[in-house]
Design a protein. Structure first.
Length: 439
């Protein structure tokens, strides 16, 4: 979701027709306990379960009496603690390298479920405390001087009257895709992302997606993974789509992003190994940082060097009826503004921790994030709903990039980087494991 997702699909709609079943080993039993616990917590927290395609009979439906009794935080907390104790004991046994990765994955995911129980019970966590418990990582705070420097570098590229934010908004309007061209442009973008992805990695036979165009969402695009290697990719048309957006969204939501990642986890782990824990995806969990980080990094693997700019210039600009000669200037401006995404995370931390008012955070987003008032409002809605989830896009990409380049070698051939990336998509991983010297 680099695109600020809201998760509202009914749980049953996410269950595949033919669900994987749990195995009988010690980790398999604990994995089953994790899945059932996550589903139970999710029953009290709409949107917490991002996807589920395990056994239908495990889905928790609350009746009116259960809802009147309220959230059973003590009971659910005890379940989580018991599973964590058993998992700690099981992890001390002689496990294969893959089983050890699996044990660590289960531990971090369970810790995140335990934290969600505490939050639902009313426990207050700071932005950084929450991100460590939910996402196994903390993004460093950036000084204001870092953003001031980025703004100063951008100034010469956008001369004229008005604030820098106003000048940037005016400049970007030249690159809006006409509404009647959006479908054709996005279709071409995702077709090219799929074609390039399949040149490097194999995906499940018959994998597919459907694209839909929606309104009134606090995110730009979203992948709803349904199981059986099928996704619904929704594109929000509330705000105009800029010409450099379709490839980013197609790579992030589709190939080699969320659709590819979820399809491979289902094929290789949920079905291939019978690891039932990969049939459920709690949104507030370390898996999200891996998912968002790989989805953001993937576009650089697809389009190394100037290949992205060339494809946009030769294919997407003409489809949108825009002047390809302006493509280079937009690319230079957007490269400089990319780092300002971190200004949004800084605003989220300060606002949610009570050091900024909502109005101060809005002004910060307009000044340092160079967001329009409409964009700033959408960002604030996202932060209020998903809180520290924002770090998964920025820190997630940073962690994934560093990991791939460390394991493959920074100067490695592109194909070697794809090999490391594919391994990351098909094995149990946690953020702290990617930053370790011994992954």
């Amino acid at each position: 979701m680099k695109n600020k997702f809201l998760l509202l699909l009914p749980l049953l709609a996410l269950c595949a027709e033919a669900s994987p079943t749990a195995g009988s080993g010690p980790l398999d039993r604990l994995a089953e306990g994790y899945v059932k616990l996550a589903l139970e917590v999710g029953a009290y927290s709409p949107g917490y379960i991002d996807a589920y395609y395990g056994p239908r009979e495990w889905v928790v439906t609350l009746d009116d009496a259960s809802l009147r009794r309220g959230f059973p935080s003590a009971a659910l907390g005890e379940k989580a603690d018991a599973l964590l104790r058993e998992l700690s004991a099981a992890a001390k046994k002689d496990l294969s390298p893959m089983e050890r990765l699996r044990a660590v994955f289960l531990e971090r995911q369970l810790m995140a479920v335990r934290a969600q129980v505490d939050v639902l019970a009313g426990k207050k966590l700071s932005f950084d405390q929450e991100s460590r418990l939910f996402y196994d990582a903390v993004e460093p705070a950036r000084p204001q001087s870092e953003f001031d420097k980025a703004l100063a570098e951008l100034e010469p590229l956008l001369p004229g009257p008005g604030s820098l934010s106003e000048r940037l908004a005016s400049f970007r309007r030249e690159f809006h895709v006409p509404a009647d061209k959006v479908t054709a442009v996005f279709d071409a973008a995702i077709a090219e992302c799929r074609r390039r992805t399949l040149q490097h990695i194999g995906l499940p036979a018959g994998e597919s997606f459907t694209a839909a165009y929606v309104k009134d969402k606090p995110w730009g695009a979203y992948n709803w993974y349904k199981g059986n290697a099928f996704s619904l990719i929704e594109i929000n048309t509330d705000l105009p789509m800029r010409i450099d957006t379709p490839l980013r969204w197609a790579a992030h939501e589709g190939y080699p992003g969320h659709h590819a990642y979820n399809s491979l986890l289902e094929e290789k782990l949920a079905i291939g190994r019978g690891w039932i824990e990969f049939t459920v995806y709690p949104l507030f969990s370390p898996q999200s940082l891996i998912a968002e980080g790989t989805a953001n990094y993937g576009i650089d693997l697809l389009f190394p060097g100037d290949e992205r700019l060339e494809f946009e210039r030769k294919v997407l600009y003409p489809l949108a009826g825009l002047d390809p000669e302006k493509a280079g200037r937009l690319a230079r401006v957007e490269k400089l503004t990319h780092g300002l995404i971190l200004a949004g995370n800084q605003a989220a931390r300060e606002y949610l921790d009570g050091r900024m008012s909502r109005e101060e955070a809005r002004r910060w987003l307009e000044r340092y994030g160079l967001e329009t008032p409409e964009q700033a409002e959408q960002s604030l809605r996202f932060y209020e709903t998903y809180r520290s989830y924002a770090i998964n896009y920025t820190l997630g990409e940073e962690i994934v990039r560093a990991y791939v380049e460390r394991i493959a070698g920074a100067a490695a051939a592109l194909e070697r980087k794809w090999q490391v990336f594919y391994d990351l998509l098909t094995t149990p991983r946690v953020p702290s494991g990617l930053t370790s010297e011994h992954p």
